[in-house]
Design a protein around this ligand. Structure first.
Ligand code: SF4
Length: 550
């Protein structure tokens, strides 16, 4: 392995010391992924920790002091600003509103702001009030920023060359900056980029189509660092497609398995992968042995024509439900993404989508409206066709994610029909009896053999299968108590090894049940507004027709 970026910077002239306040902005409140009620049950404040900022922290000069405040879990204090020489911030589009607020706050306290991250990279104009923009993968440009700062410059823009960063030289994130007790899980990153070409995806625009992977030594050092800090439990590989570079993964996983065995399996892993993982039995078995327990997969649509049109060809020419079941046989449950609103949906897609979710027995299905993310092939096509809405990349405070904000363009089908379709899918799949039915079928299929019998001491999920926890869980959702209790009893009798993942998916329903009802009410509001606008258009047109008739 070559010298890391940090080592390189340390050999350059040492810059003056600096206090950096890293602020991770709040995500929108009403989002699918915030799992607020589940966090409360697990005594956590937010699902996941800010990996990007602690990775940047590791690249800054050794004599710079870092303080990290995650606004999803704690408040930033006036004293934090008073301590800081600069504020570093940035995040995803769902953090845009709060990122802009952080810029204002920092300026109010007289501190310059350095902004980076995916949303600023995709939509830099939105962040014009920041003092420094450091855009793209920052490894090779951070040194330029540090030199400029040290030379007394107080504004500037640094843009990384695309897809050229050698991640084998990226230093291990500063996990020591995290308050891991605040989170349900922490993330690590093995690869960047994905070989596929999905039209709506911004990953391939931000990280390219040739996946670049860290070395085994790097990854084991990162895990060792987490282990040495005392963390035990769920670790998410945040890669957008873990199997993007299967050749490297096959080299890494046996060493990961050996590391897990040598340390008594301190971690359980989740990740994202493309559905063709189901075609690779050997890889799934390696993931089982490494203790991967969950995989997020973008399924998107039951309609093959739509999948081809949106360039998600890896999901075509296969029985999607059977592919999902193969992952269950390998002991990993699947959460999946689905999208309503593609151009190729000629008629209602609702029943076919709900049926697929049922057939595949996927309890947690992230069904959203199509949202044209900035900096994607989709956004460029819609702009060319004159269909992209003004402010399509702006987030308003009161809104949430693509579940409530989607369709930021003129849809092919009438918008009302798309919204009704989406409403129908949500009503169907998040009915408590339907959710319990999918849990029950998953419990029958999930083969958890070859797993450690118990979670590591210190893993906050160890209490999951106590009756006390189950009662506390069921008391939180009276509407689901009866069907969920039935699933719990049958799983405990027939497949006790699957009980913990099943209970974790029940726990997520404490958020998903109310959240789906919230989205349905928002859809009703949008549909009513469309109806009112249509009625008003008719009444405006009426007098002129009357005149014409007269
Ligand atoms: S498979 Fe996933 S990460 Fe890869 S291009 Fe498609 S949506 Fe993006």
């Amino acid at each position: 392995m070559g010298d890391s970026v940090q080592q390189q910077q340390d050999t350059l002239s040492v810059p003056r010391a600096c206090n950096v306040l890293m602020i991770y902005p709040r995500f929108q409140a009403n989002t699918f992924w915030n799992f607020s009620e589940a966090c409360k049950l697990l005594n956590a404040r937010y699902p996941t920790a800010p990996l990007g900022l602690i990775t940047v922290a590791a690249m800054l000069p050794a004599n710079w002091n870092m303080r990290l405040v995650d606004r999803n879990t704690e408040e930033v204090a006036a004293e934090d600003f008073a301590w800081a020489d600069m504020v570093m911030t940035g995040g995803m589009i769902n953090q845009q509103f709060d990122t802009l607020r952080v810029i204002q706050l920092a300026h109010k306290h007289g501190k310059p702001v350095v902004i980076g991250g995916p949303d600023a990279t995709s939509s830099p104009a939105i962040y014009k009030d920041a003092d420094f923009l450091v855009l793209g993968e920052v490894e090779e440009i951070l040194g330029q920023f540090v030199a400029a700062w040290d030379a007394g410059e107080r504004s500037g823009s640094f843009v990384a060359e695309k897809f050229t960063i050698d991640v084998t030289r990226t230093p291990a994130p500063r996990f020591d900056l995290l308050k891991t007790e605040h989170y349900m899980y922490v993330g690590v990153q093995y690869s960047r980029g994905c070989p596929f070409t999905c039209e709506f995806c911004d990953i391939i625009e931000l990280y390219g189509r040739v996946p670049r992977t860290k070395t085994t030594q790097q990854m084991l050092a990162e895990l060792q660092s987490l282990y040495d800090l005392g963390y035990r439990g769920h670790v998410d590989f945040v890669d957008d497609n873990l199997i993007g570079n299967r050749k490297s993964l096959r080299i890494f996983l046996p060493d990961l398995i050996a590391w897990q065995e040598a340390h008594g399996f301190p971690f359980e892993f989740s990740t994202e992968a493309s559905l063709n993982l189901a075609d690779d039995h050997d890889l799934m078995e390696l993931m089982r042995k490494a203790n991967f327990f969950a995989v997020f997969i973008g399924i998107e649509s039951p309609d093959p024509e739509t999948l081809v049109h949106t360039k998600k060809k890896q999901n075509t020419r296969r029985n999607i439900a059977e592919s999902v079941h193969k992952l269950y046989a390998a002991g990993m449950f699947v959460t999946a993404g689905f999208i309503v609103g593609f151009d190729t949906e000629k008629v209602s897609i609702a029943d076919a989508m709900a049926d697929l979710i049922e057939d595949a027995a996927i309890p947690v299905a992230m069904v959203g409206l199509l949202y044209a993310l900035p900096n994607t092939q989709l956004a460029r096509r819609l702009a060319k066709e004159g269909r992209l809405h003004a402010n399509h990349d702006r987030m308003a405070e009161e809104t949430g994610d693509q579940c409530t904000l989607g369709l930021n363009y003129d849809s092919n089908r009438p918008e009302r029909d798309v919204l009704l379709d989406y409403r129908r899918v949500l009503k169907c799949i998040y009915d408590p009896v339907a959710y319990a039915g999918r849990l029950e079928r998953l419990a029958e299929m999930l083969d958890r053999s070859g797993r450690p019998a118990e979670l590591a001491i210190g893993d906050r999920r160890r209490d999951f299968i106590s009756l006390e926890f189950v009662h506390a869980l069921l008391s939180k959702m009276p509407e689901a108590r009866e069907p969920f209790w039935k699933v719990f009893k049958s799983c405990r009798s027939n497949n006790p090894a699957a009980l913990r993942p099943i209970l974790s998916l029940m726990t997520l329903y404490t958020h998903l049940g109310p959240f789906s009802r919230f989205v349905v009410s928002e859809l009703d509001r949008r549909i009513e507004a469309l109806d009112a606008a249509a009625a008003s258009a008719v009444s405006r047109a009426a007098p002129s027709s009357a005149v014409a008739v007269a």
